[in-house]
Write a protein that binds this ligand. Structure first.
Ligand SMILES: Nc1ncnc2c1ncn2[C@@H]1O[C@H](COP(=O)(O)OP(=O)(O)OP(=O)(O)O)[C@@H](O)[C@H]1O
Length: 754
């Protein structure tokens, strides 16, 4: 018997676990067969225990089929839960009650079918919050806007593997960290996992922060931002399951590679139905077009420093297109488009004036100002059609009456019967002609009137924006010089000539789409999580907010890893002040991923960056110090790395990555491996899936957000320079990927800055 199994309650907890598992089995079986079977199933399962007694006494409730109505989803969760029904227990004496109750906290809830008592309490329920933040003793919690007090006398953690209780541990202040330590020391599976049982207090605060307000989290590398963001979605779905379908939530990830990385944690959290996409894919869906986008090309060019002045202009164009200057430009541009739609003629049919242009403009400008331009036009077209339908009879009647009157007068007044006949016949002809005319005019009136409004496509509008530098200068209201607007127009026209766009154009296209055409309802998510949000530009965030028509965003990111800062953000302040004024801002400085030794080295880099964040505090977990190894060349470099990998695998490290600074360096390494190695190696690109048990080669900018047991940063042709902020950030990203081991392979130590 192990030490933990000597816990006086161990046997009791084994029984309790047994009961829970059997109960789950019965519920599953009953849900899959029929409710009438419940009793039989209960008898069978609990033949030898007393539990049956109490169950039998609630027989009457069983007539209620509702207790067994379970969605496929719930059934699936329950089947998963059987392996580990719960991870903690709380003993709570609620104020005003005599007896304390034991609450078992798990990933999904389970109610007793007989008396509605909770056999398992969902980790997202209000009372489970006590596990994450309440110390033992007097506690207070809120549930559905009511406050409760109570006394928490026990917090117990369970280690359950495959339905077997391995260990129990009662938590007081000294042992809180043990489970976390254990969980962190495990090897990484290349996938993000759920951390429900070890969520830390500061993380819990963010997960459960007011769901009706946006939240911005600046978190150090490895502080759990991605993990927390996913848990917050899970919490949101739980809280609002009646009001929102998971499909109405959206995760915007930096790349498809990253979506693959988080994919495994999603079902466990019950959030797999949440829409997961990248900004590029999402915007292209909104504008219903597939564009030819040059991806990350700019970053690579910046890295490789090719053609200096051209690269500089490209980076400058990105920064301008992402900045608030373009908000001003687009606002003015859109106003000018709107004004060009104000008609100067009334809506007339034949000789009748039906609708004044002033009224048209008033409806266009004021009454329908909540709609995008072309939707306003559709509305107005419908207004004209309605109006016409109402007045049509009247117009026809007027013409008929006019001729009928004349004919009648002629019949009575005229003396010469021949002349009279001729007059009447002419009048009848004229009447028929006029009636045919007016009917024809009525048929085409609306479409003729609507023809004055130009029909242009989004892309045509976008191209026009860069047509005339003088106009652009005017719209920028002094925020750009004439030279700058000329450069910008020239730059974009060159792209257009190649039928190309760059990522920075997407936000502007989205902004125009929203104001001119609108976006389909089914693409309007209600709650949005953005990971690596530091790489978004001001205009990207603003356009998304406009497109989605909500400020319910969770933004998580780390400015120190802002490798796209030429277009991305340099401070969260501008985001809070100008886009999400209702947002709460939180910082996370503790890092859970890596060891103290690795984090200390990475912190040295952080000090070289122009940010005033405090250095990252690693959770105390020690390991080997990062090592510099003088690299060899060609075949010998490959065998050098292979030996290290063999060594690491012996130590049971499973996921290993070689990180190069650029894709170019990675391709070089990859071809060396192809030529000289028997090991299977994969080069990760943007659209890849991450293999489970192969070593990977990945460029630093794509490694962002991922993690591995061990990382080897290898410099072949490229080195990192302390002169370049981008290099520092890329190296920082690379250095903060490993959980356990870090090696630098290069010519000289200086090539890695520190
Ligand atoms: N409370 C926790 N308990 C156990 N593991 C945790 C906890 N918080 C974070 N981790 C682990 O720390 C690692 C880093 O988490 P995550 O990837 O969410 O961090 P991040 O802030 O998004 O990192 P990056 O900035 O590098 O993208 C993961 O392995 C995660 O499982």
């Amino acid at each position: 018997m192990s030490f933990q199994q000597q816990h006086p309650d161990f046997q009791h907890e084994v029984q309790r676990l047994d009961f829970t598992k059997k109960y789950i089995d019965v519920v599953i079986k009953t849900a899959e067969t029929s409710k009438d079977q419940f009793l039989e199933n209960m008898k069978e399962a609990f033949q030898d225990t007393d539990a049956l007694e109490s169950s039998m006494s609630y027989l009457s409730l069983l007539t209620n089929a509702r207790f067994f109505e379970m969605s496929r989803e719930e059934l699936k969760n329950l089947k998963v839960a059987r392996r580990k029904p719960y991870f903690a227990r709380l003993d709570l004496l609620r104020e005003g009650l005599e007896e304390k109750e034991s609450l078992y906290i798990g990933k999904t809830s389970l109610y007793s079918r007989e008396n509605q008592e909770q056999i398992i309490v969902d980790w997202r329920s209000p009372i489970a919050n006590l596990y994450y933040e309440g110390r033992l003793g007097e506690v207070h919690y809120e549930s559905y806007e009511e406050s409760f007090n109570g006394y928490l006398s026990l917090k117990r953690q369970f280690m359950i593997e495959d339905g077997q209780l391995d260990e129990i541990r009662d938590i007081d202040l000294t042992t809180t960290d043990e489970l976390l330590q254990e969980s962190l020391s495990k090897s990484s599976s290349n996938r993000l996992t759920e951390i429900i049982s070890t969520i830390q207090e500061e993380q819990n605060k963010i997960i459960r922060a007011d769901l009706n307000r946006p939240i911005i989290v600046q978190g150090a590398a490895g502080s759990g931002k991605t993990t927390i963001a996913l848990h917050r979605i899970s919490y949101f779905i739980y809280q609002y399951k009646e009001n929102f379908a998971p499909e109405q939530l959206m995760i915007l990830a930096p790349s498809r590679l990253f979506i693959d990385y988080i994919s495994e944690a999603l079902p466990e959290l019950g959030v797999e139905k949440v829409r997961q996409t990248t900004l590029q894919d999402y915007i292209q869906a909104c504008i219903a077009q597939k564009l030819n986008i040059q991806d990350d090309d700019k970053l690579v060019r910046l890295l490789e420093n090719s053609n200096h002045s051209e690269t500089e202009i490209a980076a400058w164009a990105s920064s301008i297109k992402g900045s608030p200057v373009f908000h001003r430009i687009l606002t003015n541009y859109i106003t000018s488009i709107y004004e060009s739609f104000y008609p100067s003629k009334d809506f007339t049919v034949d000789k009748f004036r039906l609708f004044s242009y002033k009224k048209f403009i008033q409806l266009f400008k004021d009454d329908y100002n909540y709609l995008p331009l072309y939707r306003r036009l559709e509305k107005l077209k419908a207004v004209l059609q309605n109006d016409l339908a109402k007045k049509k009879k009247n117009m026809i009647d007027k013409i008929e009456t006019y001729y009928d009157d004349r004919i009648e007068r002629a019949i009575y007044r005229g003396k010469d019967p021949d002349k009279r006949r001729q007059y009447v016949s002419d009048a009848l002809d004229k009447k028929a002609l006029r009636l045919a005319e007016i009917k024809k005019a009525i048929r085409s009136a609306v479409s003729t009137y609507m023809k004055q409004f130009p029909k242009r496509t989004l892309i045509q509008y976008y191209h026009s924006l860069f047509n005339d530098p003088k106009q652009l200068y005017h719209w920028a209201e002094g925020q750009l010089s004439e030279q700058e607007t000329q450069n910008l127009c020239q730059y974009n026209r060159q792209l257009f000539a190649k039928k190309q766009f760059e990522r920075e154009d997407l936000a502007l296209l989205l902004y125009l789409q929203v104001h001119l055409f609108g976006i389909p309802k089914e693409l309007k998510a209600k709650n949005i999580v953005i990971d690596e949000a530091q790489d978004y530009s001001f205009m990207e965030l603003l356009s998304l907010k406009k497109a989605l028509d909500t400020d319910m965003f969770t933004l998580v990111g780390d400015l120190a890893q802002g490798i796209h800062s030429y277009r991305g953000l340099t401070s969260w302040e501008e985001v809070v002040n100008n886009i999400f004024p209702r947002a709460t801002y939180t910082e996370l400085q503790k890092s859970y991923r890596t060891t103290v030794e690795i984090m200390e080295k990475a912190n040295e880099l952080l000090r070289l960056l122009p940010y005033s964040f405090p250095v990252v505090e690693p959770v105390v977990r020690h390991g080997e110090s990062p090592k510099f190894i003088k690299r060899k060349n060609g075949k010998e470099l490959v065998s050098q790395i292979e030996q290290q990998v063999t060594h690491l695998k012996k130590e049971n490290y499973k996921t290993i990555a070689v990180i190069g600074k650029t894709m170019k360096d990675c391709r070089l390494l990859y071809s060396l491996f192809k030529e000289h190695s028997h090991e299977s190696v994969k080069l990760l690109e943007e659209q890849e899936k991450i293999p489970k048990d192969e070593m990977v080669i990945v460029p630093s900018f794509l490694a962002k957000g991922l993690e591995f047991d061990a990382v080897m940063i290898v410099c072949v042709d490229e080195t990192f320079s302390s002169e370049s902020e981008l290099d520092i950030k890329l190296l920082y990203v690379a250095m903060t990927r490993p959980l356990h081991r870090l090696y630098f392979y290069g010519e000289r130590k200086e090539d890695f800055i520190i």
